[in-house]
Design a protein around this ligand. Structure first.
Ligand SMILES: [Zn+2]
Length: 289
């Protein structure tokens, strides 16, 4: 298979290093984990594509490639060849480059067994019961239905690739599932270690924080996050990844786990204070926000 493609000749300046060295003016950020590195590529209007680079290898994994060009350019710069594409769900802005990357690199496409008929080029259908090893990395698959029926998240050590389920200060819209399903998916993610880094698929944080500020007014940690997120976006930096601990403290949809928050919200809206009712009402309120 050709490594270089004449159509994609744009030069991206190489940047390899820890995020402390931000900003990078070529639109690529890197984050180091034990045994691998995550490269974050912006795509379309607000998507992020991730490359996972196992240490001491010439290969990489690609998460949710919306478009092929940034992936091809970054792989060329980093001298890595994609062996697998990991799709969190079937939406076009997560799978748009599946076929192009498969054709160019002969890589294998991985996605949920539920999505076997609608993920372009799917080679390996997975479910939550089967962990898998790719590029020497152990990958746990977590079923997270709600945004779509077949949505899954990938956990590699302390890096969570959660697609459109959990966002910075928000969560995905419920397109195919029920509020109950989405809530149990979020709850499943909330039980991971709080140091887990949350690599979601969109830069929606500022808009989500506007909503959070309306429903969680007296949360000093939220005010602090708003300030920091605005400053980062003003400097052209991503607010993603965040950490699960930050989401637990400031994401209104995970704040549902907090008894006081839930009670307060339920009283304000005249609804039952159980987790699912409060979550469902919050999600509905956000849809109309
Ligand atoms: Zn989606």
């Amino acid at each position: 298979m050709p490594w270089h493609h004449p159509k994609y000749s744009m030069v991206i300046k190489r940047r390899v290093g820890h995020e402390a060295a931000l900003p990078y003016d070529g639109g690529m950020w890197t984050h180091d984990h034990e045994g691998f590195r995550v490269v974050q590529l912006p795509a379309l209007r607000d998507n992020y594509i991730y490359l996972i680079l196992p240490q001491d290898q010439a290969s990489c994994l690609v998460v949710d490639p919306a478009t092929a060009e940034p992936v091809i350019d970054a792989c060329r710069q980093l001298k890595r060849r994609p062996t697998h594409v990991l799709n969190t769900h079937h939406h076009w802005d997560h799978t748009g480059a599946n076929l192009a990357l498969k054709q160019m690199f002969d890589c294998r496409i991985i996605g949920s067994i539920e999505d076997r008929k609608r993920i372009p080029g799917l080679d390996l259908a997975v479910c939550g019961r089967k962990p898998t090893t790719l590029g020497g990395l152990n990958i746990r698959i977590i079923e997270t239905p709600g945004h779509t029926g077949g949505h899954i998240a990938y956990l590699i050590k302390d890096a969570l690739f959660c697609g459109d389920t959990l966002f910075g200060a928000g969560c995905g819209r419920i397109f195919e599932g029920t509020a109950e399903q989405m809530w149990s998916s979020l709850k499943r993610l909330s039980t991971l270690p709080s140091s887990t880094r949350v690599y979601c698929a969109h830069e929606y944080t500022l808009a989500n924080l506007d909503f959070a500020a309306c429903v969680d007014e007296d949360n000093p940690k939220l005010s602090m996050r708003i300030k920091q997120a605005r400053a980062r976006r003003k400097s052209g930096l991503p607010t993603v990844p965040s950490t699960l601990s930050l989401e637990l403290e400031t994401n209104p949809f995970l704040r549902v786990l907090d008894h006081e928050f839930r009670k307060h919200y339920a009283v304000q809206h005249g609804i039952s204070a159980d987790e699912t009712s409060v979550f469902a009402r919050l999600r509905k309120q956000k849809d109309a926000f």
